[in-house]
Design a binder for this molecule. Structure first.
Ligand code: ADP
Length: 496
């Protein structure tokens, strides 16, 4: 049976009119209003309102007089409580303590709610059977919302694509599930694919991107990314987009990597070549020292010892520069030479040979856990790390006191610590000390020479053994610098 409205239009006429209104779309508000009017007429509603959350936001209402109107807020609240896909909902809107309005509210939804339609009826009016007439209106309004969204986007999308395309930096637009939406031209080159082919693929399926996708799934991002077979190296950066999804931009750091490598190679060659002449100068100065000692020539002996102390300082400096270059986990080219080592023996021999400067009266105290396991480590590296820590403890302590060197087995690792009772370190400085060339600007440090490389070397050595380095300190009371060697993997001697 055909429904017939108050004005006498049939259901067929109604459906045709809805279709025409949608087809003749000119403007979102006008078209929505036409549809609302037709539906109100068909259902004999007293008034109604349509809300469309599109750009520009459309809110149209019809009805005879104030009492037949609901506000955007009232309708939005009801819609907010309705689930997408839910059927028509009879609702009662209270009107400022006066009479209540009986309404039917229908959400207009596709994947997410795009708006709603409310029709208002006299109290007591039978509402059953209205859905057949309201549903086509909801369909028409959904089409209107889609059209509005298309019109809004059409102007912007080509402009955005052109802007991203002109960027020399590779950029990938990703959905909130990390599926590829768009690659700009530079990204097409970087990934060796074209945007059309990549669209819709999970990021992991872009050439070479599996590690990036895996890191994203763990909530991180790799510091560097390079596609196999390509010499370009990129630093990825992820920016969340306001409407969901992400922008993955890649910074080309190939040049910096190359410069870093050249710099490391240069330091390696220069520091290596400097060592030879310095060693022979020290040798000759020692011969001179013994001759002058025999002759009892105190003034010349004093000068010769000054020369020797200067050469020792130079050797220490060159050694640190050399170690910092070759041990650097990123750019170094040091080949580790692991041998089984008793760390307590190693530390004992370091302490026995350590020369405390004559102006300081510091005592080196050794404290090792008994029965420390044998470890398979690079002896030279570990020695250099320990010497650096003792050098610092001596440098940054006063003229008196003790320096404690401890080795303990602790939670599956061996921890080597050097404790001093020197000036200590402020909490905010603790982490940055381990970065290359970091020296604290403190009045007490002004007269103490250094390169800012010692602690960088200590951490690099620990990292080469899969461990780490850290400091515990209280300002004014002293510090404990430590590094750990985990008792796992290559650090264990083969027989164990
Ligand atoms: P350097 O001693 O050559 O400057 P390091 O990397 O060994 O370089 O140390 C970095 C900085 O950390 C030092 O400049 C100093 O400010 C601080 N530091 C290192 N060891 C100690 C210590 N034992 N006590 C106080 N400050 C220290």
């Amino acid at each position: 049976m055909q429904h017939e409205a108050a004005s006498g239009i049939t259901e067929t006429q109604y459906l045709r009119s809805l279709l025409r209104a949608t087809r003749d779309y000119t403007d979102v508000a006008d078209t929505a209003e036409r549809i609302l009017k037709l539906t109100a007429e068909m259902t004999r509603a007293e008034g109604g309102r349509v809300l469309l959350f599109v750009e520009p936001h459309a809110s149209v209402s019809i009805g005879a007089g104030e009492s037949w109107r609901v506000s955007d807020d009232q309708l939005a609240t009801v819609l907010g409580n309705m689930l997408p896909g839910m059927a028509l909902e009879p609702v009662t809107f209270g009107k400022n303590g006066q009479r209540s309005l009986q309404a039917v509210v229908a959400p207009i939804d596709t994947e997410r709610t795009v708006g709603g339609l409310a029709l208002l009826f006299r109290p007591g009016r039978e509402l059953a059977g209205l859905s057949d007439m309201i549903e086509p209106a909801v369909d028409a309004l959904r089409a209107v919302a889609g059209r509005a969204r298309f019109e809004a986007n059409e102007g912007r999308l080509p402009l955005l694509a052109a802007a991203l395309g002109a960027l020399s930096r590779p950029v990938v637009v990703l959905s909130s599930r990390y599926d590829v939406i768009y690659l700009n031209h530079a990204a097409e080159v970087a990934f060796g694919t074209v945007s059309e082919q990549a669209e819709g693929l999970p990021l992991a399926d872009l050439p070479g991107c599996a590690p990036v996708a895996a890191a994203l799934a763990d909530g991180g991002l790799p510091e560097e990314w390079a596609r196999q077979g390509s010499e370009r190296v990129y630093a990825p950066e992820l920016t969340p987009l306001e409407n969901g999804g992400y922008l993955l931009a890649l910074d080309d750091i190939t040049r910096y990597k190359k410069l870093d490598r050249n710099h490391a190679e240069f330091i390696h060659v220069v520091s290596h070549d400097l060592r030879g002449p310095m060693t022979s100068a020290f040798g000759f100065a020692s011969i001179l020292e013994s001759t002058l000692e025999e002759a009892g020539d105190q003034p010349k002996l004093h000068m010769t010892r000054k020369i020797m102390s200067g050469i020792t300082q130079l050797v220490a400096l060159v050694e640190n520069i050399q170690d910092a270059g070759r041990y650097d986990p990123e750019t170094g080219f040091y080949q580790m030479l692991r041998v089984p080592v008793h760390l307590s023996d190693l530390v004992e021999s370091i302490v026995a040979q350590y020369l405390i400067p004559p102006d300081k009266h510091l005592k080196l105290e050794l404290c090792c856990d008994p029965d420390l396991p044998l470890v398979n480590v690079d002896r030279v590296m570990i020695e250099r790390a320990i010497i650096n820590l003792i050098d610092n403890a001596v440098k940054y302590s006063g003229a008196e006191g003790a320096i404690g060197i401890g080795i303990r087995a602790d939670a599956g690792r061996i921890v080597i610590s050097v404790r001093d009772s020197g000036i200590g370190i402020a909490p905010e400085d603790k982490e940055k000390l381990f970065k290359r060339h970091t020296r604290l600007r403190r009045a007490e440090h002004r007269k103490i020479r250094g390169t800012g490389l010692g602690l960088f070397i200590v951490r690099s050595v620990a990292q080469h053994h899969q461990g780490d380095a850290w400091v515990e300190s209280e300002e004014g009371k002293g510090s404990i610098f430590s590094f750990a060697i985990p008792l796992t993997g290559d650090n264990l001697p083969a027989a164990q």
